[in-house]
Ligand binder design. Sequence first.
Ligand code: XMP
Ligand code: MG
Length: 184
Amino acid sequence: MELTDIADDLAATLYTEQQIQDKIEELAKRIDADYAGEKLLLVGVLKGAVMVMADLARALTLPIEMDWMAVSSYGSGTQSSGVVRILKDLDTDLTGRKVLIVEDIIDSGLTLSWLRANLSSRGAESVEICALLRKPDAAKVVVDVKYAGFEIANEFVIGYGLDYADKYRNLRGIGVLAPHIYAS
Ligand code: XMP
Ligand code: MG
């Protein structure tokens, strides 16, 4: 699905498919260089990171393994609380592993800071983060994101895995959701 297919639901276009792919290539090159000769485990955070994971994994020339986690953060409405519950855990033993968490977006940072601490506590040798988008103005905790894609304003964005009420994940680009959608 293209951004133009849902133009009425968008306040703005943020990134086209090509801009996203270029950014992912750039991140992949850095990751390839940093982990050359290593056995890297990519951990995708369901469901939003599915597209980033699929494209990043294929852009890498490193041999990688993939695993997935699903988490939900307790809190009211759209506010993340930092209290995180695991809905689906990893299948992989992290002892001695080099782990790269793959995320779509960092908002308050609470989910990722919890996740990094959780994965580190399982004996991983290293835990780094790759996130396609980041909202610096929304940060409540400082999260060291080694591989960060685009910095965006504090607006609700959709597409390329990001949803509103589980819709719009299959958009090829990323856009800002029009306020009339969440007001209705
Ligand atoms: P925190 O606040 O803990 O939460 O960093 C990050 C998670 O919140 C979701 N999120 C969004 N999802 N458009 C979305 O579709 C957005 O603009 C947005 N901001 C935050 C997302 O699930 C992310 O993993
Ligand atoms: Mg997410």
